[in-house]
Design a protein around this ligand. Structure first.
Ligand SMILES: [Mg+2]
Length: 123
């Protein structure tokens, strides 16, 4: 069973992401963090297989967290997906350069969500 870390300062958004994960039927367990700092700490504690993260958060934003995670995981073994309203090519590119594997634009449909997540979580 894989463990997915959901990082978002909005509890409602975390709930939506987790509901979508469960609705997809992936065999996973979920960990949550409310900002990048908390997310990095949870990631560093170990056992995380995939990170789904918001971009704009207090204390540490998603982009900074991605950079910090890749210092801990330079071989990029763990997948990172950014959930963002920042649809511009530049910001997406910045996230990919920083070490994110993919991005999911808000708002997303269950179909879009499943399509993006399947390559990381389908067994
Ligand atoms: Mg946010």
């Amino acid at each position: 069973m894989k463990t997915v870390l959901v990082v978002d300062d909005s509890a409602m958004m975390r709930k939506i992401v987790i509901k979508n994960l469960k609705d997809c039927g992936f065999d996973i367990q979920v960990a949550e963090a409310a900002d990048g700092k908390e997310g990095l700490a949870r990631f560093s504690a170990g056992g995380i297989d995939l990170v789904i993260s918001d971009w704009n958060m207090p204390n540490m934003d998603g982009l900074t967290m991605v950079k910090e995670i890749r210092k801990v995981d330079p071989e990029r073994k763990v997948g990172i997906i950014m959930v963002t309203t920042e649809g511009s090519a530049d910001r997406v590119k910045e996230a990919i350069v920083a070490g994110a594997n993919n991005y999911l634009a808000k708002p997303f449909t269950p179909e879009r969500f499943k399509e993006k997540l399947s390559k990381f979580l389908a067994t």
